[in-house]
Design a protein around this ligand. Structure first.
Ligand SMILES: Cc1cc2nc3c(=O)[nH]c(=O)nc-3n(C[C@H](O)[C@H](O)[C@H](O)COP(=O)(O)OP(=O)(O)OC[C@H]3O[C@@H](n4cnc5c(N)ncnc54)[C@H](O)[C@@H]3O)c2cc1C
Length: 321
């Protein structure tokens, strides 16, 4: 292994936490191997110089107005150029919406093997990873043996390394290739700019059909706020128009791995489970002891959510004084 290229992702000028997790994992894999860790920063006017504190040896910047928003063709072209210029044999990025889209394009272009949505990683002669299959029903161990190896890492599964302010990275500008694309990104609309992305949250309070009315989600937001988290939703709650699609967790929603996951008035269907089974601690509140989630949760509270959730909020407020 000569170099690990980490493609970083920024939102509103700030690096996203999943990218820091990937940098940390790249650092751990590179330690003792002699390989360098290169953080690729793609965007317009982004200063990536602080990434040395998070494990990068080199920060490679691709700075251009046309790169301000994600354009799959431009970003792929830039990433391929970066892999070649750094002679990188491993390329890692977070399994975010952008990461999943971009990694497969780069893999196709470089004829590289790709392990997506990895839960753990080891890099030697091969890149060996554990990753979910069949909507999380099975965990496969895969080995990527191509000359260039690519993996996307599931957010919230890997620890951030640092910041260690004593460490800094050399900043280099990537010589940009010609950027051509048949598509133009005209506008990017974010549905939830103010809300933390569910994939990055440590605590998620999800509500389901049992919430009965969109107004009742205020209670879940209050609980989430108190715990420094965000609220989520099942597909039933989204389909009912109570919550935006960006809040949906599950097979056709987001895949999350928080430390603490509340399921309030949600049954725990297999499709929902596919998106949150990696939560470290699951707390279910349901009045039906036979709901599937009640067996799977670490803590199951049997009761009416309209009594249990206000009591939890009150208790947390008391403890916090
Ligand atoms: C192809 C496909 C993809 C899908 N993708 C997703 C997905 O990404 N995400 C997803 O979530 N679903 C998905 N679904 C839908 C999934 O099958 C379920 O229909 C859905 O998850 C159920 O949502 P729910 O748990 O909110 O509702 P329900 O299953 O109706 O559960 C409601 C729960 O609330 C409890 N409850 C009711 N009132 C109270 C109360 N007062 N106090 C306490 N508990 C109460 C009930 O006992 C019940 O267990 C998908 C389905 C298909 C076919």
């Amino acid at each position: 292994m000569s170099a690990i290229l980490v493609i970083t992702e920024y939102k509103n000028g700030e690096i996203r936490k999943p990218s820091l997790e990937v940098l940390g994992e790249a650092r751990r894999a590179a330690n003792g191997s002699g390989a360098k860790v290169v953080a690729l920063v793609i965007g317009s006017g982004i200063d990536g110089s602080g990434l040395g504190a998070y494990g990068a040896d080199v920060v490679l910047t691709a700075d251009h107005d046309a790169l301000a928003s994600y354009n799959p063709d431009f970003y792929k072209t830039v990433a391929v150029q970066a892999v070649k210029s750094q002679n990188a044999d491993v390329e890692l990025m977070a399994a975010t919406d952008m990461g999943k889209d971009l990694a497969s394009r780069i893999a196709a272009k470089l004829d590289a093997g790709l392990a997506s949505d990895c839960l753990s990683l080891e890099i030697g002669d091969a890149l060996t990873a554990k990753r979910p299959m069949y909507a999380g029903k099975a965990i496969a161990t895969v080995a990527v043996k191509s000359a260039i190896k690519i993996a996307t890492l599931r957010p919230n599964m890997f620890a951030v390394e640092g910041p260690d302010e004593s460490k800094s990275a050399a900043v280099e500008a990537l010589e940009l290739p010609e950027l051509t694309s048949k598509q133009t990104v005209k506008e990017v609309r974010s549905s939830s700019d103010a809300k933390m992305d569910l994939t990055e949250a440590d605590v998620i309070v999800t509500g389901g059909r049992g919430m009965k009315d969109p107004a009742n989600f205020v209670m879940l937001e209050e609980l989430a706020d108190l715990l420094g988290g965000v609220s989520g939703a099942t597909r039933a709650a989204v389909d009912a128009g109570w919550c935006p699609q960006s809040d949906q967790v599950g097979q056709t929603g987001k895949t999350v791995s928080p430390n603490l996951y509340f399921m309030i008035g949600a049954s725990g269907s297999i499709q929902h489970w596919a998106g949150m089974s990696n939560a470290k601690c699951i707390v279910a509140v349901n009045k039906d002891t036979a709901a599937p989630i009640m067996e799977k949760a670490d803590y199951s509270i049997v009761g009416d959510l309209f009594e249990v959730v206000p009591a939890m909020i009150e208790e947390i407020k008391k403890i916090r004084g």
